[in-house]
Design a protein around this ligand. Structure first.
Ligand code: AMP
Length: 193
């Protein structure tokens, strides 16, 4: 299996790139944000719980997110690998992911981060908010909370994965195709070594 995490701040393009990369390498794409939004629109208990946090721009509690992810992984197995998008977002989640994969004798191979500055991210998210209908894309205040959540809870993962020599960062600004090529370059170098 090939297991990749596509990493980055909100609005860095993780979802867009993950859906291109999953086709090229035949991976299963799991976006925790998408799974939460599906649950919100069908008004499940999980969706209602997650909505309270998502609307404010805060992270959903770890154990709720991990249980949901574990269920998603089980649904897709067996498969050629995963591309995780929006997960993990805390060190606790990263350790839980390692445990879940080890049950299948699997591991995370690569973390690929999309590097984009905060000014560009804010512009992108406000633009996306015009059509996405997402409450968390609608105001600079909410976007700032999401960026703070990243700095406080998610950024430590950079060191966590760097220490394992699994962390790669690519420039997340440019044309869609250019960014995809940068990601493919990292994956191909890893799989051919
Ligand atoms: P995203 O679609 O990845 O931007 O996620 C949207 C929102 O869903 C986040 O701001 C969080 O409220 C929630 N969310 C998504 N993934 C996670 C996660 N791994 N841990 C906690 N909350 C999450």
């Amino acid at each position: 299996m090939l297991n990749i995490i596509i990493f980055g701040k909100p609005g860095s393009g993780k979802g867009t790139q993950a859906s291109i990369i999953k086709d090229k390498y035949n991976l299963q794409h799991i976006s925790t944000g998408d799974v939460f939004r599906k649950n919100m629109s069908s008004k499940t208990d999980l969706g209602l719980l997650a909505k309270g946090y998502m609307d404010k721009g805060e992270l959903v509690p770890d154990q709720v997110t991990i249980d949901m992810l574990s269920h998603e992984i089980d649904n897709f197995l067996p498969c050629k690998g995963f591309i995780f998008d929006g997960f993990p977002r805390t060190t606790y989640q990263a350790k839980a992911l390692d445990n879940l994969l080890s049950l299948e004798s699997q591991k995370i191979d690569l973390i690929i981060a999309l590097d984009v500055d905060n000014t560009t991210l804010t512009e992108r998210l406000l633009q996306r908010g015009k059509s996405s209908g997402r409450s968390d894309d609608q105001s600079v205040e909410k976007i700032n909370i999401r960026l703070q959540e990243y700095d406080n809870k998610t950024k430590p993962l950079v060191t966590f994965y760097m220490q394992q020599n699994k962390f790669f960062s690519v420039d997340g600004i440019g044309s869609l195709q250019d960014i995809t090529s940068r990601i493919i370059h990292v994956i191909d170098k890893y799989t051919n070594d």
